[in-house]
Write a protein that binds this ligand. Structure first.
Ligand code: NCD
Length: 382
């Protein structure tokens, strides 16, 4: 028997089954959260709230980037790498689905998605977890007047995980607080909550950066520019926090004034507290020349109810063919996608273009998240 087969062997004598583990963790989270009501809870500082969703320093409900430590991220990346290897190894690949073959995940996406939804579905499939999608509230009982929280409680009655996305900021947080007070406090994974957080995207972004800079001195000390709609974009807020966990990282917020990150954003307070150097810029060309990584984003006009927001950035903030030569030889370009005009498709096959790798990495990092939640990482790594 090779070592991978041993590592992924799901027989009970090798360790606690995922379902048993999840139930035990659910009871513990319940204990922590049940005595604090939402009105009190919602006004606590984010760092304190984050602690309520963690067990032993690791997320159980995965809601904000501020829940993660560098140790957690390192371990997650190792699990993602291990899963990748197992997939490539034909003899071991049959073992992976057995890990969680009796579990189900409800995917509740009240906001559009291609990559996050599909990569979660693929991640579940890779581990043998059945996933069920409720994508549109108009086809659920919400059209009959049911509340979001009742819909959510219903969906978790049929599964061991809830993966959710919603246009309302903080709904995932509210859902996890609510579920922890029921008898089915299953892990809630935030797949994007309004304009505030997108923690699993940040994890796949950081995984991509770590992987890319592995042989280039690591992520410590790198200059990372976040470009685009920094006012409404949730990906950059979660990512900026994760970047702050790396020594000497410098962050540049590059956007036209009307899309610049708002001064009262939580993440700026976190960067200040961590002593991270960050600056603001309106000079995209300079950013392309001098950064180690440039993370582009689109305009988030879906949050503008007046419909007046422009749909695309002026060419000045787009990586158009005339700017390809400005991109530094060691400067990598990322984008959470979907893109509009921010990056011309002719750049896609450049080795500095990381966005299609991010898409694939999303599946592995999300599978790794599920493995860590089930406590199965020890079986894979130790
Ligand atoms: C992002 C999102 O939904 O916030 N997309 C994604 O999850 N890959 C970015 C975006 O929609 O612009």
């Amino acid at each position: 028997m090779n070592s991978q087969e041993t590592a992924l062997d799901p027989r009970p004598e090798k360790g606690i089954f995922p379902l048993e583990y999840l139930k035990a963790q659910g009871k513990r989270i319940n204990q922590k959260l049940k005595d604090i009501d939402w009105n009190k809870f919602k006004n606590l500082p984010l760092k304190e709230r984050a602690e309520y969703f963690n067990l032993d320093g690791e997320p159980y409900h995965l809601i904000f980037a501020q829940q993660f430590t560098r140790e957690y991220i390192d371990r997650l990346c190792k699990v993602a790498n291990a899963l990748r290897k197992v997939r490539r190894d034909e003899s071991a690949s049959m073992k992976v689905p057995l890990v969680a073959a009796n579990l189900q995940a409800s995917i509740y996406f009240g906001q559009s998605s291609t990559r996050t939804r599909r990569s979660f579905e693929s991640a579940c499939a890779a581990l043998g977890i059945d996933s069920f999608l409720v994508q549109d509230a108009t086809t659920s009982s919400q059209s009959k007047g049911e509340t979001e929280l009742d819909t959510i409680q219903t969906l978790v009655s049929y599964g061991e995980f809830l993966i959710m996305r919603h246009k309302e900021a903080r709904l995932a947080e509210k859902a996890s607080h609510h579920l922890a007070r029921t008898n089915r406090p299953v892990p809630v994974i935030n797949g994007g909550s309004g304009t505030d957080q997108h923690p699993t995207q940040a994890l796949l972004d950081i995984y991509t950066l770590i992987y890319t800079f592995e042989e280039k001195g690591g992520l410590d000390g790198k200059k990372v520019a976040l470009v685009g709609d920094l006012k409404n974009g949730r990906t950059i807020k979660s990512l900026a926090y994760l970047l702050s966990l790396y020594e000497g990282v410098e962050i540049v917020f590059c956007a036209p004034d009307e899309f610049q990150i708002l001064p009262d954003e939580q993440v700026l307070k976190d960067l200040d507290a961590a002593g991270v150097k960050y600056t603001y810029s309106g000079d995209f060309e300079e950013i392309l020349k001098t950064s180690d990584a440039v993370y582009m984003t689109r305009i988030q006009d879906e949050y503008d109810e007046t419909g007046k927001t422009q749909k695309s950035f002026a060419n000045e903030y787009c990586l158009t063919p005339d700017k390809f030569d400005l991109v530094g030889p060691q400067t990598y370009i990322l984008h959470p996608l979907p893109r509009r005009d921010e990056i011309h498709h002719a750049f896609d096959n450049d080795e500095r273009a990381l966005y299609w790798r991010q898409v694939r990495n999303g599946m592995w990092i999300r599978a790794a998240i599920l493995i860590m939640l089930m406590g199965w990482d020890t079986k894979i790594l130790d």
